[in-house]
Design a protein around this ligand. Structure first.
Ligand code: M6R
Length: 621
């Protein structure tokens, strides 16, 4: 939800700001803008459209200033337009502001400022920040921003500069939107997300809720904006985080889209997420020290609640099936935007597990806060070191997918599934399980190591799935059905297809079709039937029969060697996955549903990495 960037140093700010904005485009792409300061003058350029449209209008005279800020927008207040694009200026044109988030009391503040004589140029909430800072400015930008922050309510990351203080940027953060400060030599950087900084530095500070930072080329002073006076006196000791992602992993690397590249990185995601955690010797213990839990605490767990949004939510639904079947622990799964509003009941030995690629999803963070207040122990499965979700949690299991740039989540999902199975195996060590379950978990453990090669096989032979996807692209809607662990995967397949191809799709429990949705099936409607779970295979075959009886087009996803569905549908309508532990079929079948979405969207010429109306990291509730 909007990307903000800043630079202060001895180099020309413009190319650095543009480069960082390009890397953040996935956070929002309906308008973009920059402001560079030089010799007491602001050069502001902004437009409706993407960063590449901004490139067309940033001319040479913006050139040589060495301090500046930039923004790529996902509209909340005011439609996408040049006048609503950031940066926004105060009445005097001395103060420039970019923001990611929402100023919830902006209307009241705007009325107050208008009464005081301020004139507004846009419909945005952000512009009130510029005028508030103007109101409080008295030769100290940090103090003025601190006072402005104290007046605002909401959730925001803010970056401000002043023409008369050309050596500094002031950054502030309220609640969840991320703000990362990148530490360079003789220069410092700001960005909403780590990938934008990787070309310049791998040393970062992560700003916390309530903090304000004064950033010059040689120093970063972090303090608390709630301190009424002299905020820069109250310094915080801040640990420098060293990020081990290389700049190359955030590039397309020869693939036409980030999404395809990230689908192809999944074997590596699995390997990296397992390495050093799951010993290949079957009797060696699994250690997950970052979870910060003792064996006694694991043994005492009485209930687990998983909370997440979108694709991560689907991973949590897989967890429910697996944890309940193997560990006999009751599991609740909640959507982030619902959990905190349903007054959840938390039991004495309950863990709340938040799953999030970005670690910055506002609804997931809000659920964690709700859970904490009600006494849950917080665990996180996340991909971004130092993210808000990771910092809020009592313990973390990092998925090691590397930066995910495409808006459609793929490798992060596979990382989450692997993380969930790792957590399950880890907990099983300290809980009583039946002999049958113990045997199944041994197979699960061995099966995890087979996944990288199995995913590779699917990727190396994707002609068939491509042909099926291109045929699906000719239809206005499609269905994905499954049972047991295939049911969440059906939802994920539908989400992926909708998100990037704009084809209407529904993911449905296969047995539920006949309770209403079957009415939508007609001649040739594509129905992807995920039939990878042995225990419910017969039932799936019956559900596929129901689909065929309505003349719909059923496409099966089945383990290699399958006979009945293959005979029923014909090989041309069947996608196979290598055989493994049934639960791990969700991982390999996920690759097929991702490729269906990708190739269908490609056939339709969609903007695959940046689908309309969406943003990668959803930092508003
Ligand atoms: O960063 P998170 O995992 O918390 O993001 C959650 C969802 O916004 C995300 O999975 C979204 O649904 C994806 N665009 C789906 O591909």
């Amino acid at each position: 939800m909007c990307g903000i960037v800043g630079y202060v140093g001895d180099k020309e700010a413009l190319p650095i700001l543009m480069d960082k904005l390009r890397m953040l485009t996935y956070r929002g792409y309906d308008s973009a803008g920059i402001a560079v300061s030089k010799n007491g003058h602001f050069y502001v350029r902004k437009c409706k459209g993407k960063v590449r449209d901004l490139e067309q209008i940033v001319d040479e005279d913006v050139g040589s200033g060495t301090i500046g800020i930039g923004h790529t927008r996902w509209a909340t207040h005011g439609p996408p337009s040049t006048r609503n694009a950031h940066p926004h200026l105060d009445c005097t044109g001395h103060i420039a502001v970019v923001q990611n988030g929402i100023v919830e009391n902006f209307w009241e503040l705007k009325q107050e400022l208008i009464e005081k004589g301020h004139t507004f140029q846009s419909d945005t909430d952000t512009e009130v920040i510029a005028h508030l800072v103007e109101e409080y400015y008295d030769d100290n930008l940090t103090t003025a921003v601190a006072l402005a922050m104290q007046r605002m309510k909401g959730s925001m990351a803010v970056l401000v500069m002043h023409r008369d203080e050309e050596d500094r940027l002031v950054a502030a953060k309220m609640d969840s939107p991320p703000l990362i400060i990148g530490l360079g030599r003789g220069e410092n950087h700001v960005a909403s997300d780590i990938p934008a900084l990787l070309h310049y530095t791998n040393k970062i500070y992560v700003l916390e809720d309530g903090e304000i930072a004064t950033i010059t080329r040689d120093s970063v002073i972090i303090s608390n904006y709630k301190e009424p006076t002299k905020p820069d006196r109250r310094l915080y000791e801040r640990k420098v985080i060293v990020v081990d992602w290389s700049p190359e992993v955030a590039q397309k690397g020869g693939y036409p889209h980030y999404m395809l590249k990230e689908i192809h990185e999944q074997p590596q995601t699995v390997l990296d997420t397992l390495r050093g955690r799951l010993p290949e010797r079957p009797d060696a213990p699994i250690e997950l020290p970052d979870l910060n839990v003792t064996p006694e605490e694991v043994a005492a767990v009485e209930r687990l609640t998983f909370v997440a949004c979108g694709t991560a939510y689907h991973a949590c639904l897989v967890a429910k099936y697996a944890f309940e079947q193997a560990l006999r622990i009751p599991v609740t799964v909640d959507i982030g935007s619902e959990y905190r509003y349903r007054q959840p009941i938390i039991g004495p030995n309950e863990w709340l597990v938040a799953v999030s690629q970005s670690g910055e999803t506002a609804d997931t963070i809000a659920s964690m806060r709700e859970g904490k207040e009600r006494g849950a122990r917080l665990l996180a499965i996340t991909n971004v070191v130092g993210s808000s979700v990771a910092r809020l949690a009592d313990g973390v299991l990092y998925t090691r997918a590397g930066p995910e740039v495409a808006v459609a989540s793929t490798k992060a999902f596979v990382g989450q599934l692997v993380g969930i199975f790792l957590l399950l195996l880890y907990m099983a060590q300290y809980r009583k399980v039946s002999r049958k379950t113990a045997k199944s978990l041994q197979a699960l453990r061995a099966g995890l190591w087979k996944l990288p090669e199995q995913i590779e096989r699917i990727l190396n032979d994707d002609g068939h799935v491509k042909a099926i996807a291109e045929a699906i692209a000719a239809h206005p809607s499609a269905f994905f059905i499954g049972r047991n662990l295939d049911e969440p995967l059906a939802r994920e397949g539908a989400l992926k297809l909708k998100e990037i191809s704009y084809i209407h799709a529904e993911g449905y429990p296969a047995g539920e079709l006949k309770h209403g949705t079957l009415a939508l099936l007609d001649e040739g409607v594509p129905v992807v039937a995920l039939a990878t779970q042995g225990a419910v295979y017969d039932k799936m075959v019956s559900n596929v029969q129901e689909v065929l009886a309505r003349s719909a087009w059923a496409i099966g996803v089945v383990p290699e060697g399958d006979k009945r569905l293959t005979e029923l549908l014909g090989e041309a309508n069947v996608l196979t996955i290598p055989r493994n532990h049934d639960w791990l079929h969700t991982v390999t079948a996920a690759v097929h549903v991702q490729l269906i979405a990708y190739y269908a969207a490609a056939a339709l010429g969609r903007d695959i990495d940046q689908p309309r109306n969406l943003a990668k990291s959803v930092t508003v509730e």
